[in-house]
Design a protein around this ligand. Structure first.
Ligand SMILES: [Zn+2]
Length: 395
């Protein structure tokens, strides 16, 4: 299973109370020849640079132990993994290994918290799709994460062959037409098999959330199937295409990635149009790291919209834990000491914790990042900055 789960990320989101270092390692596992040596050399070089930068005896001591944990995790990794993320803090008792279905650059980051930005980016940038490939006698459900469909469930019409025989002795034209002519599926909405497929989709969709549902097959089957789905699920159908029956995910890959890319492009265009509208009207929109972090911390953000930049600087107060959208040494609220943080990571972390939806703009085919002018990030709001719950009804 190369599927990134919410649980896998959430376990890394809590900031530790004590000041211990966490070593976060991202390893490229796609190198075919002697990959482990490559990764090890790479990690050692970076670890050496980090030791020099840290210059703390105790940090250096635990660093060696953490690197050992990472080396072992890489050596033991499943060879089908394209990338591996390892988070280790011997002092804190943290050891978390995440196999990744997508390639990553070799990186080693030493900080007071786990570097989870690539995982969060992947979680939000590569949505999950549920795919149903269906014909009159069988259906196969797949999930696509990062565009690669994985089979998750198979259904077969139980009576596909039996029914014809059973019906033979008391054959009537009408019966044959309505019951065994599966090729055309007249009266499909009463069809037991199609109901079973719809139920399987409904059940599986509950395990989501999925960005959208993709239906593959002949429209004479997919159309009545759509009508059997509850309204919100039906509305989540983001792509449909005729497709021959297959159980091999690789046969679906081209069609699925095309449909997903079309859907992503359409979503992005819609999101950007709404954002530009709000920018123009200055209506319930926060721009830049400071305002977006304020909105998240005050529970006013309803959606986060992140551009292409990831090196957004910020700080967190060691005393009151307030997140600031600029690299500051002293907290303006409590005069406590701050430590620097990556604001892009912090915004995505908070959004995940508070279940605020995130949209990451890729802007394929455009050179200009529309977010450059607003500091890299925006948020849709349910209330303006001067809003407080207590102010309602006050004079
Ligand atoms: Zn403070």
């Amino acid at each position: 299973m190369m599927t990134l789960t919410r649980q896998e990320i959430e376990v890394l989101l809590d900031s530790p109370k004590q000041r211990h270092y966490v070593v976060s390692a991202y390893a490229d596992m796609t190198v075919q020849d002697g990959f482990s040596r490559h990764v090890e050399t790479h990690l050692r070089n970076q670890a050496r640079a980090a030791e020099v930068a840290l210059g703390k005896a105790e940090a250096r001591k635990s660093l060696e132990a953490n690197i050992e944990v990472i080396r072992k995790a890489i050596a033991a990794a499943d060879h089908s993994a394209k990338g591996l993320a390892v988070f280790s803090s011997v002092d804190q008792g943290l050891r978390h290994v995440v196999p990744l279905g997508f390639p990553v650059e070799n990186r080693l980051i030493i900080d007071e918290e786990s570097f989870v930005l690539p995982l969060l980016e992947c979680w939000y940038a590569e949505p999950n799709y549920l795919i149903a490939l269906v014909d009159s006698d069988q259906a196969h459900l797949f999930e696509a994460h990062h565009g690669l469909p994985e089979p998750v469930r198979d259904l077969h019409r139980e009576d596909a062959h039996e029914q014809i025989q059973r019906d033979k002795p008391r054959f009537t034209y009408k019966k044959r037409f309505s019951k065994t002519d599966h090729e055309h599926l007249h009266g499909t909405e009463q069809d037991k098999f199609l109901h079973a497929v719809a139920d399987a989709i409904i059940e599986h969709a509950r395990g989501g959330p999925f960005t959208g549902l993709i239906l593959l097959g002949h429209s004479s089957i997919t159309q009545p199937l759509r009508r059997l789905l509850p309204r919100e699920l039906e509305a989540s159908v983001t792509g449909e295409a005729a497709h021959a029956m297959t159980t091999r995910p690789e046969d679906l890959a081209d069609d699925v990635s095309r449909l997903i890319e079309n859907d992503r492009g359409a979503r992005e265009a819609r999101g950007l149009a709404e954002l530009k509208d709000r920018w123009k009207q200055k209506h319930l929109v926060a721009n830049g790291t400071t305002d977006v972090l304020d909105a998240l911390q005050q529970g006013r953000a309803t959606q986060i919209l992140l551009g292409r930049r990831r090196d957004l600087s910020g700080a967190i107060c060691r005393d009151c834990q307030y997140r600031l959208g600029a690299a500051t040494g002293v907290c303006p609220y409590c005069q406590g000491m701050c430590r620097p943080i990556n604001a892009a990571q912090e915004i995505l972390r908070m959004a995940m914790r508070h279940r605020v939806p995130v949209r990451i703009f890729k802007g394929n085919g455009t050179k200009v990042d529309p977010f450059t002018a607003v500091g890299g990030v925006s948020a849709f709001l349910r209330a303006e900055a001067n809003w407080t719950p207590a102010s309602h009804g006050a004079a």
